[in-house]
Design a protein around this ligand. Sequence first.
Ligand code: SF4
Length: 119
Amino acid sequence: MAEQTSFTCVSCPIGCVLEVQLNDAHEVEKVTGHGCNRGLDYAKQEAVDPRRNISAVVMVAGALEPLSVKTAEPIPKNRIFDVMEEIRALRLQAPVQAGQVLIEDAAETGISIIATKSI
Ligand code: SF4
């Protein structure tokens, strides 16, 4: 059955309210309410495959301060818990370089977790 969903665009501070119509196959049929093409792309993605960037901090043996880490690309929203579990299980040893891949294919999403700084 066709369905309609509505959410706020978070791609810029204007916050357009996006209306997305989906067909029976859960594909995007029509988008309204977007003020620009960036919002159109966001609406198409968010309606069928919502994704988020996540970041966290982890302790590193041999370092005095925690290390901030993040996803290299947005991950599917429904996999955030699994990815956070893998980040929590990380056991790192200094030195770590900014951009270093700490987890490849986190929670089988195909997306890496990387260090955001050198420590
Ligand atoms: S649709 Fe465009 S103008 Fe509207 S909030 Fe999104 S990015 Fe901003």
